[in-house]
Write a protein that binds this ligand. Sequence first.
Ligand code: CAA
Length: 391
Amino acid sequence: MGNESAIGIHDLSFATTEFVLPHTVLAEHNGTDVGKYHKGIGQRSMSVAAADEDIVTMGAAAAAPIIERHGSDGIRTVIFATESSIDQAKSAGIYVHSLLGLPSATRVVELKQACYGGTAALQFAIGLVRRDPTQRVLVVASDVSTYELDSPGEATQGAAAVAMLVGTDPALVRIEEPSGVFTADVMDFWRPNYRDAALVDGQESIGAYLLAVEGSWKDYTEQGGRALDEFAAFCYHQPFTKMAYKAHRHLLNHCGHGVDEDRVARDLGLTTEYNNVIGNSYTASVYLALAALLDQADDLTGRAVGFLSYGSGSVAEFFAGTVVPGYREHLRTEAHREAIDRRKPVGHARYRALHEHSFPADGGDHRTPAESTGPFRLAGLHGHKRIYEAR
Ligand code: CAA
């Protein structure tokens, strides 16, 4: 990083939904051996949004503790990354900006490139801080993952938001140069504007992800990045946690290391704890992996962590971060566990009803049932406008 000041993740906080559907319930409903879910794809449960929750309520709930701890001084930009957008024009970040009471002297924008959007937001934030090191950027990555009921993708749904404060002299992780980047025009997963649920070619998407791992690692190496052996752990995008294992084995093979399962477990083992019970949170997933790693690992001070962010369609980026001395004093481990443990199990019929729930498009006054108990809720829709409330 030369003589330039260190920039990276100063604080990280996540939020998820009111409800959770255990995979045992899904398996019982569709007659699948639960081993396919627990072992085959590596998922135990998935977060399910209540009728009065969405990407805004989760994003605001993730970001509120950051603003409480650090205030809003120096935050002149909010970048909201999502691929489950609620509006084709207005940034979901503006609702979050309003719910958090951030100053009007702020630019707010929404970013999209499938699950890669959170990493684009982080990298763009670093660029802004590099230009003016007195500024800090609030990055929010928030998604509700939705596939068709009774489709193979159904077991890989989930929902969560991660908020990160990006600035100089970060308390958690310094993000390093260089990055390895990769783009390929593939139709592995997409969601046309007229659809709520994503379309996906499951096997093609796995192949496209592995190709992107190779491509972004190749560019990372060519840009003068670290050697594979220098990393203490790897945070992969986790559409389902077994995907991280597939990707890492692929990378090891590609680099001529062979696949030593002890090494794979050591490199990834602690990164899957949250995604395993939350499910796919798209843009947030790679940063939930980081939260799980930091919250559980023995001291990682000074160690390098590799990040592989993949967004279908497809764009990928491999980059490194170094864990900062004293980082453990700034973690939110207890709050993260509470966000997961407070979820209420939901029955299969209720889950399906929530999955199919949508507002009528008639511009009328539609209230949502008060189901959620988090700090923010979607109270309803009035004249085509979403109405949010803080508790
Ligand atoms: N016990 C243990 N394991 C079992 C089992 C059992 N009883 N039954 C099956 N399995 C194993 C299978 O052997 C398989 O393992 P391998 O992949 O190691 O061979 C695994 O469970 C899954 O089985 P299938 O491949 O038969 O599962 P499927 O066809 O029903 O679908 C899926 C799996 C393609 C991931 C599907 O859930 C899907 O389409 N998901 C959405 C797409 C996705 O997540 N793609 C990931 C890459 S794209 C991306 O990362 C972007 C993004 O966020 C979407």
